[in-house]
Design a protein around this ligand. Sequence first.
Ligand SMILES: NC(=O)C1=CN([C@@H]2O[C@H](COP(=O)(O)OP(=O)(O)OC[C@H]3O[C@@H](n4cnc5c(N)ncnc54)[C@H](OP(=O)(O)O)[C@@H]3O)[C@@H](O)[C@H]2O)C=CC1
Ligand SMILES: O=C(O)C1=N[C@H](C(=O)O)C[C@H](O)C1
Length: 265
Amino acid sequence: MIRVMVNGAGGKMGREVVKAVHADSELTLVGGIDPTKDGQDIGTVAGIEPLQITMAPSVDDVLGNNKPDVIVDFTNPAVIFENAKKILSAGVHLVIGTTGLTEEQRNELHEIGLKNQANCLVAPNFSLGAVMMMKVAADLAPYFPDVEIIELHHNHKYDAPSGTSILTAKLINDAKQAANVTSSEDLTRESLPGARGAKVDDITIHSVRLPGYVAHQEVLFGGHDETLTIRHDSLSRLSFMPGVVLACKKITSKPGLTYGLEHYL
Ligand SMILES: NC(=O)C1=CN([C@@H]2O[C@H](COP(=O)(O)OP(=O)(O)OC[C@H]3O[C@@H](n4cnc5c(N)ncnc54)[C@H](OP(=O)(O)O)[C@@H]3O)[C@@H](O)[C@H]2O)C=CC1
Ligand SMILES: O=C(O)C1=N[C@H](C(=O)O)C[C@H](O)C1
């Protein structure tokens, strides 16, 4: 049995992860961390039967004796880097769904993980469909080098652009460079700043935040008198759970830091 703890267990994703880990026969839920749910019962917070597990206020409280094998983190971009350093330094494997880590920070976590035999997965998106969308987008990019991304999320999301759109843009850029193709010149000049969205390398990303949405993304390719659009929709947070459960089971066999769930499939 793999002993799993959830950081951010009281949040929108954390509550679903608690339920998914509890329901899996190869995983044992051994704890949850959330500053404002400190002392509460994890089953009550997640809306399942009482589990007799009390939530801890911070990772500092769970990295002493009786550490878990794996911590799954869905907290927020402001706290992820400092928490990840502590968790990996304590020799605990770490599955990160939280967005916002820079490439430089991921490199630092890779070194800390190797030094402490603690593996780390940073996956901007755990849904199978989103991983496939990114793969197909990269496959299409050499044939359609003119491409923009629209990502659409609920209005309680803290960060923009989304982690998924940033990884999608990176994969598209890598594919374009490998194929030695470039996009057409953008002749538009903004009369209002921000009208053309944000750039990740060469790719424009537009972020929509509205109540009602969960997590959605369109990748739009423009060609000669034709366009091609691929779209992915997460209809609920359950869409991320098979990926999170898979990551908890595979992480022991992937040394260092891995970026993207595709490397686990
Ligand atoms: N990789 C993927 O597939 C997905 C990634 N995400 C990402 O996951 C992250 C969380 O998303 P979501 O669940 O919607 O956000 P929520 O705000 O609903 O949940 C975050 C939780 O973390 C808690 N928290 C804040 N600071 C700490 C801390 N220092 N230690 C422990 N817990 C803390 C929050 O408590 P409080 O509310 O009291 O601040 C809250 O309960 C985001 O970065 C989001 O982009 C989301 C969906 C899928
Ligand atoms: O905040 C969210 O909700 C999501 N965040 C991730 C991201 O930033 O890409 C994954 C998914 O889009 C949901």
